[in-house]
Design a protein around this ligand. Structure first.
Ligand code: AMP
Ligand code: MG
Length: 408
């Protein structure tokens, strides 16, 4: 048998097939979680005018220094009204947060520091706490960002702040990465749908739901299929999916069992195998290939055990997908192993851990021992995989390793 490839080789072979699914325009409301494919510039200065930042009165700085701190109130400058002009440096205008600073004024004294008095039928404002400097309580034009400045770069993931900034610069439609058409095909005679009572020798299918949920993060609505371990039926279905889909994710049927038909079928259907079997636990039987015809299709055939499926999705499929969507690859995050571990096989070991930030701000990884790749429930009490390299057998508490997080 051919020697297995390392996780790094698998990663490289997958990275070699990164492709662009194109772009499309979506409305601002539909852009959450999508990947921006243009840069967004400031159409105006930020703020676009000298903006009053406190409710109060606007005066002229020079006037405050030379006078007795009483100013005749000329009127009001409300938010949303065109700019007014201060008639005389001796006067003030009442101003509201969000209004334009009146022409001729350069200081705002908040209401808390002003007393209003009536004298001879006129309204006067007496300042009790003088301003400390010019432009006090005024958010000056262009001091956040200048007109034309790049606010967002292509490749950024659109969240609530990005939507707010796009709205502010008048972008009601955004150019984003087109999402690939993804199919999830689960295989296995033992699997029944969620809403069906399994016979004692059956289980409910969970992998396709796990992957579909993971893909939703990117806004991808995968098509879900299930087939029994029937070679002809599987061949026909996979043949059709290869033509229609950009990505096919298969679970189960890639190992050495009598009904593990998937690698043979993919070979027959002309999918170019990039590798089969990776020196890792869990997920050793992982198969990956591509087919160039019919617009191209990437096929990730993941081992069926739920923890293997999940690890392979998180470790390989998700980063590939992110890069296809135009997101720059993330630099690895490391966590510190909190308890010593021994692992003898010559494989990369993805240890399930619970990440906790300690009081010194360090990310600590506490091993969460489970019953292996079939122990689906153990994913509920862990939140990351710590990648322990095959070169060592004993991993000491205090050593740092790459970590792959999952969960919220
Ligand atoms: P396989 O990779 O087909 O040999 O399956 C390995 C193990 O994973 C078996 O115990 C299967 O019952 C289980 N398995 C396969 N597919 C699924 C699935 N979609 N949901 C839950 N368990 C699965
Ligand atoms: Mg199977």
């Amino acid at each position: 048998m051919k020697p297995m490839i390392s996780v790094q080789q698998a990663e490289q072979l997958i990275a070699g097939t990164i492709r662009d699914f194109g772009t499309e325009k979506v409305s601002l409301a539909d852009s959450l979680g999508r990947v921006l494919r243009t840069s967004i510039e400031a159409d105006r200065d930020f703020p676009p005018f000298h903006r009053v930042a406190m409710d109060g009165i606007a005066i002229r700085w020079d006037a405050q220094r030379s006078r007795d701190h009483s100013f005749l109130v000329e009127g009001s400058q409300l938010a949303g009204a065109p700019q007014k002009s201060l008639g005389s440096p001796k006067n003030c205008l009442e101003v509201m947060t969000g209004s334009v600073c009146p022409e001729g004024a350069d200081v705002v004294i908040r209401y808390e520091d002003v007393v209003f008095e009536e004298k001879d039928g006129q309204r006067w404002a007496r300042i009790t706490v003088p301003a400390k400097g010019m432009w006090q309580n005024i958010h000056q034009q262009g001091t956040d960002r200048a007109q034309g400045a790049t606010l967002m770069e292509s490749g950024c993931i659109i969240g609530a702040p990005e939507i707010a900034v796009a709205a502010t610069v008048g972008q009601s439609y955004l150019s984003v990465s087109r999402l690939p058409k993804v199919a999830i095909l689960s295989t296995g005679d033992e699997l029944v749908p969620v809403d069906q009572q399994p016979a004692p020798y059956q289980i409910r299918m969970s992998n396709s739901h796990m992957i579909a949920a993971s893909l939703k993060k990117w806004g991808i609505d995968a098509a879900i299929f299930h087939l029994t371990d029937d070679k002809e039926g599987l061949t026909q279905k996979i043949h059709d999916l290869l033509k229609d889909m950009d990505v096919v994710l298969i679970t189960g049927g890639v190992s050495k069992g009598k009904t593990d038909f998937i690698p043979g079928i993919l070979d027959e259907l002309g999918v170019e195998k990039h590798f089969h079997r990776v020196a890792q636990r869990p997920g050793k039987p992982f198969w990956f290939g591509t087919r160039e015809a019919d617009g191209g299709c990437a096929v990730f055939a993941l081992p069926g055990n739920p923890v293997s499926t999940f690890l392979c999705y998180q470790r390989y499929v998700a980063p590939w997908l992110q890069q296809c969507l135009g997101i720059a690859p993330k630099s690895a995050i490391q966590a510190i192993l909190a308890e010593s571990i021994t692992f003898n096989p010559n494989l990369s070991y993805y240890l399930q851990v619970k990440l906790v930030s300690d009081t010194a701000g360090q990310l600590m990884a506490y091993p969460v021992k489970g019953k292996g790749s079939g122990d689906l429930a153990n994913l509920l009490v862990s939140n990351a995989f710590l990648e322990l390299p095959p070169e060592k057998k004993t991993f000491e508490a205090g050593e740092a390793f790459d970590v792959y997080r999952f969960g919220f």
